[in-house]
Design a protein around this ligand. Structure first.
Ligand SMILES: Nc1ncnc2c1ncn2[C@@H]1O[C@H](COP(=O)(O)OP(=O)(O)OP(=O)(O)O)[C@@H](O)[C@H]1O
Ligand SMILES: [Mg+2]
Length: 447
């Protein structure tokens, strides 16, 4: 899902940073947390100041190096494209020049002039400062001018398991189990809690969504994309005033209305993603009936405490989740989505609630029967109607029916899959036998 820009700065600039990136036209970056100076700012220190101390940790790459790393930004190596540019898989020589090349992800920013530069700069400075197991590591950057204009690139650690968005919504990938969903959300919450309270300065992430939660080889989550991050308010201030940027469907309503940014905006977005993991639906899905297009409106019809709550649970989870933990998660999401930002929980409170939900799921409190969703009802009806009754969930695709001419059994994937195979084998043996005995072929076998 792409970002939206309700306000765009169309100013053009000519000069760019050569090594350590710095804001270029400070008068045009009004309100930007990135242009504070040490003189005007009492403690705590600003991100650019903190960045100055740590910039030596980042590698400065030449454009040529990164072109080679990606085989000329080969389309075959493209991992995806977001609102800011394209991301490629590449390999680089380790910093000490020794050993095998290491896999990296290289984001080549679109040439949006000052806007693009601002996002690139924010990302370099924020990711240059933060350090947490649930935040993606920035290894270095490239900032060069060539005859065609400015080149801005970012080099990150490579995350081999794509994003939470891919695992939730890409039907080609297998279903993300219930507990893994919670663990991913816990890691993401810990990353946000660190940004909100674990640094000298408060950081508001401003772009929390499933596509920005990347997964490593063990499905451990790391937040990426700090192009929209901002320093939180300091002193007596309750918010920072900004142009409204973010992603449709995830941004907090009071922020969209007023441009007043608070940490609570991140907590709203987090609540949206909690409902995405519960339902397996995107925050906005235009191809659904009108009532179901906006996830937050739809889930309101199925309150966490109601009997019909289980109808909104992702049908791909089947009965493999804890209903009571799911209710807890939905209630937590409702708290994150309180209209009044002050009533939303802190990220630390979210972390604690999620730990409890995980514990509850581990205690074997999984619902014993398949949740009654509209999809599962339809399936029940269809499997009753046709007499063939093999009910499967393969590769996350909702359902396939397989006609094996066996009536009277309703089979489910898992051990049942083995039963189907056994039955087919039995069928073959039986047919063979019949042939041998001169029986008619093609008749149903009732088991
Ligand atoms: N460090 C990384 N390792 C592996 N894949 C990555 C990495 N960073 C980004 N990607 C992948 O690159 C693709 C594009 O990411 P990008 O962040 O540019 O877009 P997005 O998150 O889909 O949208 P937006 O620009 O709104 O954030 C995504 O599929 C993402 O999973
Ligand atoms: Mg992204």
């Amino acid at each position: 899902m792409k970002c939206f820009y309700i306000f765009k700065d169309k100013s053009k600039t000519n000069r760019v940073a050569k090594s350590a990136p710095e804001a270029r036209d400070k008068s045009k970056l009004e309100n930007s947390a990135l242009n504070r100076t040490a003189v005007s700012l009492p403690s705590p220190r600003s991100i650019p100041e903190l960045y100055k101390e740590k910039e030596h940790n980042l590698r400065v790459f030449s454009f040529q190096e990164l072109r080679e790393a990606t085989n000329g930004f080969n389309r075959m190596l493209k991992l995806g494209e977001g609102g800011f540019g394209s991301v490629y898989k590449g390999t680089i020589i380790p910093a000490n020049g020794q050993g095998d090349r290491i896999a990296v992800a290289i984001k080549k920013l679109n040439r949006h002039g000052l806007q693009g530069h601002k996002q690139w700069l924010a990302e370099v400075q924020f990711l240059g400062v933060v350090n947490h197991p649930n935040l993606v590591k920035l290894l270095g950057f490239c900032s060069e001018d060539d005859e065609r204009g400015i080149q801005r690139l970012l080099v990150y650690e490579y995350m081999p398991n794509r994003s939470l968005e891919d695992h939730l919504f890409n039907r080609a990938l297998s279903t993300l189990p219930w507990k893994t969903r919670l663990e991913i959300m816990l890691g993401a919450a810990q990353g946000l809690a660190y940004l909100h309270g674990g640094l000298e300065i408060q950081v508001i992430y401003r772009d929390f969504k499933a596509s920005n939660v990347l997964l490593d080889k063990n499905l451990k989550p790391k937040l990426s994309d700090f192009g929209l991050a901002r320093e939180g308010p300091t002193g007596d201030r309750t918010h920072v005033s900004t142009a409204v940027v973010g992603t449709y469907g995830y941004a907090a309503p009071e922020y969209i209305e007023t441009g007043h940014l608070k940490v609570q905006s991140d907590i709203w977005s987090y609540g949206v993603v909690l409902y995405e993991i519960l339902t397996g639906r995107r925050t906005v899905e235009r191809n659904r009936p009108t009532m179901e297009q906006k996830l937050l409106d739809w889930v309101k019809l199925y309150p966490a405490d109601s009997k019909k709550f289980s109808m909104i649970i992702d049908p791909r989870l089947r009965d493999q989740y804890s209903l009571s933990a799911a209710r807890k998660v939905a209630k937590l999401a409702d708290c994150c989505l309180k209209k009044n930002p002050e009533e939303r929980p802190t990220m630390n409170q979210v972390v604690e609630s999620l730990k409890q939900a995980i514990q509850e799921s581990e205690d074997g409190n999984t619902s014993k029967k398949t949740p009654v969703t509209s999809a599962s009802r339809l399936i029940e009806r269809r499997s009753r109607k046709v007499g063939l009754n093999a009910r499967m969930c393969v590769n996350g695709k909702d359902l396939f029916f397989s006609e094996v001419c066996i009536s009277g059994i309703n089979l489910e994937y898992g051990t049942e899959m083995t039963m189907i195979i056994l039955l087919i084998q039995l069928l073959a043996i039986f047919n063979n036998e019949k042939q041998k005995r001169g029986c008619e072929k093609g008749k149903h076998i009732d088991v």
